[in-house]
Design a protein around this ligand. Structure first.
Ligand code: HH2
Length: 270
C-alpha cells in the first residue's frame, strides 16, 4: 500500500458519469443533475471506487463546450458527490479552470485526456494535491482519427506516457496513473495491440488505466455493432486488460465490470 488514491493494492473500478447531451454511448441520459446524482449513487452501490464526472464529450464531431457551460454541468454533481458519496470523485476535463474549480468542490482526481500538456492543468492539480490520470491521444477529437499512424504503437505510447509521468513528477505530483487512450487516435488493430502488450506499459511503473467500455473498436468484431451490442465485448476487454496488468478500469456498466475484474484477479492470484 502506497497511500496513493490511484494505487491501493487492488484493481480499482471507475464508473463513468457523463453529464453531457452528446456522449457517444449515453449522451443526454444523465444530463439532469438529479438524474446524474442518482446514477452516481447507483454506481457506488454496485461497487465503483471512483466516479469519473465529465461535462464535455470527446467523441469525434462532438460540439466544443466553453468552460462556463462545462462547469455548470459538472460542478453541482461533483459537489454533491464529494459531500454525500463514498467514492472518490474524478473530473474528466481538458480545461485547467474546470479541473481547479472541481478540485475546490471536492474532486480528488483529474482525468485529462490531453495528458496534462497545459502547464495550468498541472498547476491546478499540484495546488490541490490531486491525483492525476494522464491519457495518450493525438490532435483533437475531430482530428484524432486522421492521426492514427504509428511505427510501433505500444513503444510510441509508452514513450509519450513516460514523458508525462516525468513532467508531473517534476511538478511534485506522485499520485499518477497512465492510460494509452483506447480509441483516441488509434485504429482497432492498434487498440488490440495495446491490450496484448499491456505489460510493456505497466513497466512504466505507475498504475495503468484502461477504458474499453462500449468503444467502437469492439464493433469491428462479430456482431458488436451497434453500440448496444457491446456489453459482453466490454467485459471480455476488461478481463484481458486486468490479466495484462491494468490496475484501474473505466466502465459504464459497473456490476458487469466488477464481476469481470473479480474473475481476472482470481486467475492472477491462482
Ligand atoms: N474515454 C472516454 C472519455 N474519457 N478518459 C480516460 N482516461 N480513458 C478513456 O478511455 C476515456 C476517457 C470516452 O468515453 P465516454 O466518456 O463514454 O464518452 P464521451 O467522451 O463521448 O463522453
Amino acid at each position: 500500500m502506497t497511500g496513493r488514491l490511484l494505487d491501493q493494492g487492488r484493481t480499482l473500478l471507475m464508473g463513468i458519469l457523463n453529464v453531457t447531451p452528446d456522449s457517444f454511448s449515453d449522451g443526454g441520459r444523465f444530463f439532469d443533475v438529479t438524474v446524474a446524482r442518482e446514477r452516481a449513487r447507483r454506481m457506488v452501490e454496485e461497487g465503483a471506487d471512483i466516479i469519473d464526472v465529465g461535462g464535455e464529450s470527446t467523441r469525434p464531431g462532438a460540439a466544443a463546450v466553453e468552460a462556463d457551460e462545462e462547469l455548470r454541468r459538472v460542478a453541482p454533481v461533483v459537489e454533491w458527490l464529494a459531500a454525500n458519496g463514498t467514492a472518490l470523485v474524478s473530473i474528466d476535463t481538458r480545461k485547467a479552470r474546470v479541473a481547479g474549480e472541481c478540485l475546490q468542490a471536492g474532486a480528488r482526481i483529474v482525468n485529462d485526456v490531453t495528458g496534462f500538456h497545459d502547464a495550468a492543468m498541472i498547476e491546478a492539480a499540484r495546488r490541490h494535491g490531486a491525483a492525476c490520470i494522464a491519457m495518450h491521444m493525438r490532435g483533437t477529437p475531430d482530428t484524432m482519427m486522421q492521426l492514427a499512424e504509428y511505427g510501433d504503437v505500444v513503444a510510441e505510447v509508452k514513450e509519450y506516457l513516460g514523458g508525462r509521468v516525468a513532467a508531473l513528477r517534476s511538478a511534485g505530483i506522485e499520485d499518477i496513473a497512465i492510460d494509452p487512450g483506447l480509441g483516441f487516435a488509434k485504429t482497432a488493430a492498434h487498440n488490440f495491440q495495446i491490450l496484448r502488450r499491456l505489460p510493456e506499459l505497466a513497466a512504466v511503473g505507475v498504475p495503468v488505466l484502461i477504458g474499453p467500455s462500449r468503444k467502437r473498436f469492439l464493433g469491428t468484431l462479430a456482431d458488436m455493432e451497434p453500440m448496444e451490442n457491446r456489453s459482453e465485448g466490454t467485459v471480455a476487454a476488461i478481463t484481458a486488460a486486468v490479466l495484462g496488468g491494468a490496475r484501474i478500469i473505466r466502465a459504464h456498466e459497473v456490476t458487469a465490470a466488477r464481476r469481470a475484474i473479480a474473475v481476472a484477479e482470481a486467475v492472477l492470484r491462482a
